[in-house]
Design a protein around this ligand. Sequence first.
Ligand code: ZN
Length: 82
Amino acid sequence: MPKRIKLKVKNIPLNDSIFLLKELKSNECACGSYKKEGNSFCYKCYSGLPDDMQKALYQRFGNGYEMAYDDAIGWLKVWEWG
Ligand SMILES: [Zn+2]
């Protein structure tokens, strides 16, 4: 598993909690695959994330979740979707 890296490119409106809430409630992963409602990502994307990032997604809205989601998207873009 590659080491976690910090990305500079971010094009998802991270401070938009409504957007994130919609993402969470939808059944389409950011990669376009089916995901379970209430999960941040589909199984494939989620399982591709490093452990610490998976755990970070259990944080609450307004209390780290947004940042965790942002990190996960950045990571997935490079290692899963790239
Ligand atoms: Zn996915």
